[in-house]
Every structure is written in structure tokens, then in C-alpha cells.
Design a binder for this molecule. Structure first.
Ligand code: IMP
Ligand code: MG
Length: 179
């Protein structure tokens, strides 16, 4: 598995520091609010597990699984809800927790669906951002790090469902996905 990695971008220790900083910021902003963390499966699961423990204000959690329609690695922007939330969003300050913002199409769609459910507020927290890849007008309210336009894996992020269990984030060797 490790042989498929070109370069480590963020080590376990660096990720820990990034998540701690995000947790502190979120804890300050959501003091006295009715925070609900919404993790987008599966990519955000490792980030979610660490982030929720770095948040010191009361919060609830829920999970949503979406998949993009259409073939290939590009997201079409139309997503199918594979697993919906259990909690009714009315009255909650929703914070969407995502692994990486790329074109932004997926989250743009998810955000518009959730906005229609009458939450108090809705914001986005993404661990990684590839801002130069954006095709829709969407900004993360909280983000850990910008990454270059390379395919990254680990810490929940996958290629073909693999590498999610790597404890660090690394750039996948091109030969792995172009062969
Ligand atoms: P978007 O709709 O183009 O923003 O797609 C976002 C989704 O694409 C993320 O939730 C990831 O699942 C996936 N994705 C985008 N870039 C990468 C990457 O570098 N590594 C792994 N998954 C990625
Ligand atoms: Mg994903």
C-alpha cells in the first residue's frame, strides 16, 4: 500500500495539529448554538472521528451517504442520496463535515438539499481544499489545508475504495490510476 504513495503531504502529527485548530475555532463559533455535525460518508469518517473529539461544545452527529450519478471519476453534480440523515434539521446549526472540496459540485448539491430542510444555519467544514479546481461558487467556512491539484489518499480518502486506512495523507502515484 505504502509503495503506491508518491509523497506524504501531511503526517499523522500534522493532521492532529490541523484538526485541533479547526476544533478550537468551531468550539468558539458554536458556543451556545445547537450544533449538529453532518459527516458525508465515507471519505470524511476519519476526519469526523477526530474533529468531534476536538470540539468542546455540546454537539450531535449524523451521517449522510451520497453518490454521484454518471461514470468516471468526475462528479456530475447530481447526487443520489444513498443513506439519508436520521435527524430532522429544523432548529439545528448544521456543520457539514467533508474530506475534500474539489469541483464543489457534490457539496453544492448536498448543501441545497439540506438548506431546504429549514436548519437554523448551515456551514461547511472541509479538511482539504483544491480551490483552483472549483467549478461552482462554493466556499468552505472552515478548511484545514489547501492541496495541489494531485490525487491524494489516506485518512479516509480513497482511490477505488482503497487507502482509506492510511494514517497520513499522501499523493497517489500516477501509475496507480493511469494503468
Ligand atoms: P466534487 O464534487 O468534485 O467537489 O467532489 C468531491 C469528492 O470527490 C470528495 O468528497 C472526494 O470523495 C472526491 N475527491 C476529489 N478529489 C479527491 C482526491 O484527491 N482524492 C480522493 N478523493 C477525491
Ligand atoms: Mg468522498
Amino acid at each position: 500500500m505504502i509503495n503506491d504513495i508518491e509523497k506524504i503531504l501531511y503526517s499523522e502529527e500534522e493532521l492532529h495539529a490541523i484538526v485541533a485548530k479547526l476544533g478550537a475555532e468551531i468550539s468558539k463559533d458554536y458556543e451556545g448554538k445547537n450544533l449538529l455535525l453532518v459527516s458525508i460518508l465515507k471519505g470524511s469518517v476519519v476526519f469526523m472521528a477526530d474533529l468531534m473529539r476536538a470540539i468542546t461544545v455540546p454537539c450531535k452527529i449524523d451521517f449522510m451517504c451520497v453518490s454521484s450519478y454518471g461514470a468516471g471519476s468526475k462528479s456530475s453534480g447530481v447526487v443520489k442520496i444513498v443513506k439519508d440523515l436520521d435527524i430532522n434539521l429544523s432548529g439545528y446549526d448544521v456543520l457539514i463535515v467533508e474530506d475534500i472540496l474539489d469541483s464543489g459540485r457534490t457539496l453544492n448539491y448536498v448543501k441545497s438539499i439540506l438548506l431546504g430542510r429549514n436548519p437554523n444555519s448551515i456551514r461547511i467544514c472541509t479538511l482539504l481544499d483544491k480551490p483552483e479546481r472549483r467549478v461552482v461558487d462554493l466556499k468552505a467556512d472552515y478548511f484545514g489545508m489547501n492541496v495541489p491539484d494531485e490525487f491524494v489518499v489516506g485518512y479516509g480518502l480513497d482511490y477505488d475504495e482503497k487507502y482509506r486506512n492510511l494514517p497520513f495523507i499522501g499523493i497517489l502515484k500516477r501509475e496507480v490510476y493511469s494503468e
